[in-house]
Design a binder for this molecule. Sequence first.
Ligand code: TXD
Length: 302
Amino acid sequence: MIGAGNVGATTVQRLAELELGDIVMTDVVEGMPQGKALDLMQAGAIKGYDTTILGTNNYSDIADSDLVIITAGIARKPGMSREDLIKTNSRIVGEVSQNIAKYAPKAVVIIVTNPLDIITYVAMKATGFESKRVFGMSGVLDAGRFATFIAEELKCSRKNVQAMVIGGHGDLMVPLPQYTTVSGIPLQDLLPEETISRLVKRTVNGGAEIVDLLKQGSAFYAPSSAIVAMAEAIIKDTKSVHPACAYLDGQYGQEGIYFGVPVKLGAAGVEEIIELKLNQEQNDILRKSSESIRKIISQIEI
Ligand code: TXD
């Protein structure tokens, strides 16, 4: 785990509890990953897990990792433009990626740092890894938010809802009601169109709703659960289907950019990209989203 902040440390906690493998957690802040790792090891004595967790400030400790998750970066601060954030986080993740290539050249890499669609591209270029081994987390989180709002509206179990959200991570995400079901029942048979579009809007605004409430920082409980769902698919080679920020090579009419699409995840990373039929409005948002991503990546230096 690169970055031991809110998302990084919470993900490590969840992974440790599942005993999926030994974990190394790094950060630039001295002592902090070491302190959190010690705390998490001691939790194992009480909670009952034997996962080894090493906190460190040295990249060399990630040697030969099978899976690397990048949550390192800074959040946007008041007065900072989106471009400034792109510059800073591209620089951080560019450096992290070079170290992954050096010390863990066979790893599958999951990117979490925002702006996700851009930073995932930076990581793919900077590691030099084949694109199926470098991808981002956002769709699982966004689908989890959509599922929560649907379950609340229907007063049913969240566990029954299977939601699908694709597109960019941000204003241009595309929740897909026609590919969302409740125990196999199409969502559109259960809720009127106006209600569904209200829930879609709340999903698109889902991250901002939490930022506004927290006043400081952003969501990390649901994001860490989403990362674990993807990590588990890779570690156990389950071939689970999840939305992920994946490199498109002609799929969805796009080439050379990353954005959210349904994929099959296994030990090799993104083992297949699944193409869905979309309606006109959804296709239009995807086109807009891809144009804005393409414009930004054409301007950044890697
Ligand atoms: O859906 C998604 N993809 C997201 C993305 C959901 C939630 C959070 N999302 C993004 O993840 C968020 O916008 C941030 O870009 C990252 C991490 O979020 P988090 O909430 O964990 O941020 P923190 O708590 O500020 O943690 C970031 C840590 C912090 O401890 C820094 O010291 C560290 O990153 N950091 C570094 N670690 C290692 N190496 C370098 N160079 C470095 N720079 C900063």
